[in-house]
Design a binder for this molecule. Structure first.
Ligand code: TRP
Length: 353
């Protein structure tokens, strides 16, 4: 079967959906280089949906005022980092109630044991003591599957590519999402395109500045191990200068023996676009001091304008709310269409008109 020659570009543009939790006062260097920078780049080639997942943020105990503030701060930072609301649909998850609705349906297709095998749940629940873990934390991956599948392109001939840019730690959740999409299709007829995890080559894996073998992480790293996007320039510079380096004085990429320097080389290369071997050459014989100083400048050059833009956006709350409302409207249209199909397929009676 051949495709019609006049396939419109909207029907063939690959689609992307990704989400980020509003659980910190600021995103960090790892979020930027590992995720958001790719989100921005994907705007060039994909139809992009980016979601601030506040429903996921309440799967652990939270403070309402903090959540409200952090959701706006998250939006302002995403915009400041280059997510363009004209090209991307940027929205808050709780603005589109279909996320919770589809999660219910998918939950009824998920085995209890299947959900119990999710390693992130096991890690997170172990951390807070298994008895304190909520059902919401247990079903977190199902809500994530709903986030994704609501924006599935329509399956059919000339099927569209559906990518979900995520970190390595989200692979298992993506596998579950694919399984649920296929299971739904099998039981109720073709409805979803199974999404593919998209772990872009350019995404740099950034580790903790103080513990360079561990991922830079909001929940696990110490404040000294994290560079926050919204951090003031002074402290930001200090953190880079105090980053753990390794014994010796050579600026050399060596994951096993020089995890600290290797991490800094990755950051430097990702921010400056200079290949790592060129950086190694440039700092041959100079020791760590000059290397870190220059790296601190590169970090400040990137984040100072982002910080200023984010603060300006937060200053105009009305405009920010309006941007998010527009995003919710666009997302809501797609989500409503998908959900209508889902309701029909599973056999819910339509509301007669
Ligand atoms: N679980 C993801 C994380 O912790 C966040 C997330 C929620 C997400 N929904 C999503 C990521 C949908 C991609 C797609 O990083």
């Amino acid at each position: 079967m051949s495709l019609p020659s006049s396939t419109s570009s909207a029907a063939t543009t690959p689609r992307v959906l990704s989400g980020i939790q509003p659980t910190a006062d600021s995103f960090h260097l790892g979020n930027y280089l590992g995720a958001v920078r790719q989100w921005v780049a994907l705007q060039e080639t994909h139809e992009t949906f980016y979601c601030i997942v506040d429903l996921h943020a309440i799967t652990v105990e939270h403070d309402p005022a903090l959540l409200r503030g952090r959701t706006k701060v998250a939006a302002a930072q995403l915009l400041a980092m280059g997510v363009d609301p004209e090209r991307s649909t940027l929205f808050v998850q709780s603005h589109v109630p279909e996320h919770a609705e589809l999660a219910w349906v998918l939950g009824c297709l998920t085995g209890f044991g299947e959900a119990g095998r999710m390693t992130q749940f096991k890690d997170k629940s172990a951390k807070q003591g298994a008895a304190a873990a909520t059902v919401g934390l247990f079903t977190y991956p199902i809500l994530q599957a709903a986030d994704i599948l609501l924006y599935s392109p329509e399956p059919g001939p000339g099927e569209r590519v559906f990518h979900v840019p995520v970190g390595e730690d989200q692979r298992q959740h993506l596998e579950l999402t694919r399984t649920l999409a296929q299971r739904f299709n099998h039981r109720f007829g073709d409805t979803f395109v199974a999404p593919e995890a998209y772990i872009p080559e350019g995404a740099a894996k950034i580790t903790d500045l103080q513990e360079p073998t561990a991922k830079m992480s909001k929940s696990a790293s110490s404040p000294q191990g994290i560079v926050d996007v919204l951090e003031e320039p002074g402290p930001m510079r200090k953190k880079i200068m105090r980053a753990v380096t390794d014994t010796g004085s050579e600026v050399r990429y060596d994951e096993e023996n020089k995890a600290g320097v290797t991490n800094l080389l990755r950051v430097f290369s990702a921010l400056s676009g200079t290949p790592i071997p060129d950086l190694e050459k440039r700092y041959e014989g100079t020791g760590y001091g000059q290397f870190k100083k220059d790296l601190a400048e590169a970090v400040l050059d990137t984040f100072t304008p982002i910080r200023e833009r984010a603060l300006a956006l937060l200053d105009d709350e009305k405009q920010l709310d309006l941007t998010l409302a527009r995003g919710a409207e666009r997302a809501g249209e797609v989500a409503a269409r998908t959900m209508e199909l889902v309701r029909d397929r599973v056999g819910f009676v339509g509301r007669g008109r």
